[in-house]
Design a binder for this molecule. Sequence first.
Ligand code: NAD
Length: 257
Amino acid sequence: MTETTAANGTPCAIVTGATSGIGAAIASALAAEGYALLLVGRREAAGQAMADKFRAQGVEAAFHAADLSDTTAPEAVVQAANAAFGRVDVLINNAGILIQGTAEDTTDADWNRVMDINLNSVFRLSRAVLPALRAQGGGAIVNIASDWALVGAKGALAYAVSKAAVAQLTRCMALDHAHEGIRVNAVCPGDTDTPMLAAGLTGAARAQRVAEYGAAIPMGRIGTPEDIAGVAAFLVSDAARYMTGTLIPVDGGASAD
Ligand code: NAD
């Protein structure tokens, strides 16, 4: 069931980082729930092909190319959604990057790049979308954080700090906008089988990493993008109408260990 019934068209969801991994799975899950999709990503050809595929399935979809580290990009994303669908009901802040390193091997440039994409763009896009959500009488923002927002991480300082800040942004925005019917929640994935996790590995080396990481997880395997997407779709649905400010680990039990 969708968050908002269409008064002036199909409810619309913006999904960032939609062309791969978890973002692509979330786009499919929301399409199945009847949302029109504004797919946001950097890769024009992949994004347009994805929008074409959804349209061929009867799903209203458009692609908007954006580098979210550009400070002007978030306003343009919301304008694109309004232009394509005339409304916005849901924002999924999914785009992110991982640069590994302890304090000593994280350069200022690495630190700033991670913060620009993982944190600052989430702030700017969430701020930019509020008027459009308010115009619908409410809506839902889901931030894709990480279980490293909840527990410490070794060798991924900037990334883990950025995700912990997203967790706090989630709680604070939830409190600031609860009275407007705008719900803000976060999904905190553990290791998930996406290009980010494989980091350039292919074939046997990739399979070995997936197996090694899976063996360390209580449920005995790493997550699939669909494992994460199902929880994101739940959070925007009417079933989660009384939930805001929550951080939900989806990690096969890893953060409970
Ligand atoms: P991914 O690399 O497949 O997806 C990340 C997406 O973000 C890509 O589509 C990429 O193009 C996009 N992106 C990166 N920088 C961008 C920029 N400047 N502008 C616009 N788009 C940009 O990896 P994923 O695992 O699907 O990651 C999705 C989210 O899940 C990320 O926020 C990531 O931190 C989080 N996450 C992933 C894991 C995991 O193990 N894979 C675990 C916890 C959290």
